[in-house]
Write a protein that binds this ligand. Structure first.
Ligand code: GN1
Ligand code: MG
Length: 360
């Protein structure tokens, strides 16, 4: 709680901080939940310390987030799932402390819950509907106005180039421990171009996307298990819906944790896959270009491959990007991702049939 003591007064000037806890879920920022008493009411808030090694221009990132939040607020007035950013004493939606750290504060969405592992196809469907509605509500925004906060974020071929650089200069002793994973990437690199080619050949498909649609970035109503809201707006910027569909498939169709060490537990769940494709088709299907439909069946495999490559690259680099809680965790993460990719490749024909059955 001590870390929050100097922060909360900037957002809640007459509040009293009663409790503070860290949330260990994300790999990038540091997230805390507080309980603050102000004006006779006791409320929870979410405070985040932004990782400026990853988000090099936090002010521009906050511009993107603010535009999205304002746009959603205008469309969803009265929705209990709405996110708000608290202004600081200067009216900015972030606070920069004396050491140059950037902090921001959101309301806590009460009555919500999250899943790291999806319990049913119904929940997978609700997650797809939540992200699909989010994309739908943002579809009238001008993507050109948005800052590109992390260049080439989902440019899979460039992620492969970066992997090869890491492979040429690995931390000593690491290459020997991941030969099978290195070979997996080199064997499957051709898959990498499938989504970025759609964007480059059909620039009219560029729109504002979320770009980090892991399933634990959806808050579900704890009673109804319907999606309440989408969180973690750090990477909202111009992109392809295929990135968002793909990243939900990567996370929601995995029967185990992202860093599971026992690969026999890591199973690609096809029922959840079909539910996700249906959820996106119902919410944004009418806005998709034929080229996006054509590439849809492969987007889960591409984004899962890309994420695995990023974990493996970071392992070779010495764990500088994704936070780890134990040695070898980034390699474990890469192993699960490649295990899922192989299962997706093996079932590509079935995935194409599932897409075709809901295609507009
Ligand atoms: C990171 O911070 P978090 O956990 O929301 C990463 C995503 C990865 C994800 C893998 C800015 O997301 O791109 O898909 O880990 N975020 C960034 O779990 O790199
Ligand atoms: Mg994130």
């Amino acid at each position: 709680m001590a870390i929050l003591t100097p922060i909360t007064p900037h957002f809640l000037p007459s509040g009293t901080l009663l409790e503070g806890d860290i949330i260990t879920r994300g790999h990038i920022n540091r997230t805390y939940v507080s309980v603050v008493q102000q004006d006779g009411a006791t409320k929870r808030y979410v405070h985040q310390l932004i990782n400026t090694h990853v988000f090099r221009d936090p002010v521009r990132m906050m511009d993107n987030i603010r535009w999205v939040i304002e746009h959603l607020a205008a469309k969803r007035s009265g929705d209990p799932g709405l996110l708000h950013l608290l202004p600081n004493d200067d009216g900015e939606v972030y606070f920069k402390d004396d050491e140059g750290n950037y902090w921001r504060t959101y309301n806590y969405v009460e009555g919500s819950t999250v899943f790291d592992i999806v319990p049913s196809a119904d929940v997978a469907y609700e997650a797809a509907v939540a992200f699909g509605k989010f994309l739908h509500d943002l579809s009238d925004l001008d993507a050109q106005r948005f800052h590109i906060t992390i260049p080439d974020f989902h440019h899979t071929p460039r992620r492969i180039e970066r992997f090869k650089q890491a492979l040429a200069q690995p931390v000593e002793g690491r290459t020997e421990t991941c030969q099978a994973q290195i070979e997996f990437v080199l064997r499957n690199e051709d898959l990498g171009g499938a989504l970025i080619n759609v964007l480059e050949n059909h620039p009219q498909t560029i729109r504002v996307t979320h770009n980090d649609t892991k399933v634990n970035n959806v808050l579900f109503c704890e009673k109804s298990l319907k999606g309440m809201t989408v969180i973690d707006l750090d990477t909202v910027m111009p992109g392809s819906v295929l990135f968002d569909v793909g990243d939900l498939i990567r996370t929601a169709c995995n029967s185990a944790a992202e860093d599971e060490q026992d690969l026999s537990k890591v199973q690609f769940d096809f029922d959840k896959y079909a539910a996700i494709v249906r959820g996106f088709a119902e919410t944004i299907g009418d806005t998709l270009h034929p080229a996006e439909w054509d590439a849809m069946a492969s987007c889960g495999a591409v984004i899962t491959l890309e994420c695995g490559i990023r974990f493996l690259t970071d392992y070779l680099d010495g764990d500088k990007y994704f936070r780890i809680h134990r040695d070898g965790q980034n390699l474990d993460r890469a192993r699960t991702q490649f295990h899922l990719v192989q299962q997706m490749i093996d079932r590509m024909d079935e995935m194409k049939a599932a897409v075709n059955s809901v295609r507009f």
